[in-house]
Design a protein around this ligand. Structure first.
Ligand code: ZN
Length: 244
C-alpha cells in the first residue's frame, strides 16, 4: 500500500462528496493500491475491502481508534477506545453451498459492485437486491426456484453463512456504559468512520493552506507538496509572529 500525497487525498475526498459509500471505498483503495485494477478492487469481498481500509486507516491516522457513543439505556456519552488490531476478524472456512430441507443454494460473497447496486435501489428493496446478486443459484427439489420465494429460514441461513465466511464485513464492538453498567453491541463500519476522519483532515488541511497562502502568497499546489512537518513549522512561525 503506497502512502498518498495530500493533494491526491484531497482530490479523492472532494470527488467522493458527491458519491455514495461503496464508490468512496473504491476510490480510496484505487489511490493507494495502484497494483490492483479497479475491477479487482470492486470484486473483493466487503470483508477483504474493509481489511484493506483498516490498513489505510493505520497508514493515515494510526492504530488507535477513539470515538463517542450514546448509551442506549441512560443516554450518557460513552468513550470508545480500540486498536485497529482488535477489529481484525478471521474468516471461517465454510462451503458456499447451503442445503436446507429440500432447498439447495450456491452463494458468493457480497462485493462493492453489489453494494453499489443496493445503494441505487429503494431502501426497502436493498436487502432483496443483495440476495438476488449473491445467491448464484437456488433449487427446490432440484428445480430452479425464484429467490423472492425463498422462505425466511433459508434467507436466515444464507445471511449466517455469509457472515461466517466474511466476518470482517460486520465488525461488532462490545460496549459497556460506566454510568449505568449497560452492555451492548454496536456495528463498526470502517468505511464511514474513515470517511468522517478524512473530512476532518481535509478541513484542517484546507485551513492550513488558507493560512499559509494568505501569509506567504504560495500556491495551493506548493503548500500541499510540503511535508506535514514543514507545514506545521511554517504555521508555528506564523503563530509566533506578532499581529500587525
Ligand atoms: Zn448508561
Amino acid at each position: 500500500m503506497r502512502a498518498p500525497g495530500s493533494d491526491e487525498l484531497l482530490t479523492v475526498w472532494e470527488r467522493g462528496l458527491g458519491e455514495k459509500s461503496a464508490a468512496r471505498g473504491l476510490a480510496l483503495l484505487g489511490l493507494v493500491r495502484p497494483d490492483m485494477s479497479v475491477d479487482a478492487i470492486a470484486e473483493l469481498s466487503i470483508g477483504a475491502r474493509d481489511s484493506m481500509l483498516l490498513d489505510l486507516r493505520e497508514l493515515l491516522f494510526g492504530r488507535r481508534i477513539l470515538g463517542l457513543m450514546e448509551c442506549p439505556a441512560c443516554d450518557d456519552t460513552v468513550e470508545i477506545e480500540v486498536a485497529t488490531g482488535d477489529l481484525r476478524a478471521v474468516p471461517l472456512h465454510e462451503p458456499t453451498e447451503i442445503s436446507w430441507a429440500t432447498y439447495d443454494l450456491s452463494l458468493r460473497l457480497i462485493d462493492s459492485r453489489d453494494l453499489m447496486a443496493a445503494e441505487g435501489a429503494r431502501p426497502e428493496e436493498r436487502g432483496q437486491v443483495l440476495l438476488e446478486r449473491c445467491i448464484s443459484s437456488a433449487r427446490l427439489s432440484g428445480e430452479p426456484t425464484p429467490i423472492s420465494r425463498l422462505p425466511g429460514e433459508v434467507i436466515e441461513a444464507v445471511e449466517d453463512r455469509i457472515a461466517a465466511l466474511d466476518p470482517q464485513a460486520d465488525v461488532q464492538l462490545a460496549l459497556s456504559c460506566p454510568a449505568c453498567g449497560r452492555r451492548w453491541h454496536a456495528a463498526f463500519d470502517i468505511l464511514s468512520f474513515l470517511w468522517t476522519e478524512l473530512g476532518e483532515w481535509a478541513a484542517r488541511t484546507l485551513r492550513d493552506v488558507h493560512q499559509l497562502a494568505a501569509a506567504y502568497g504560495w500556491s495551493e499546489r506548493d503548500i500541499l507538496a510540503l511535508s506535514p512537518v514543514r507545514r506545521r513549522h511554517y504555521l508555528g512561525m506564523l503563530d509566533a509572529w506578532p499581529a500587525s
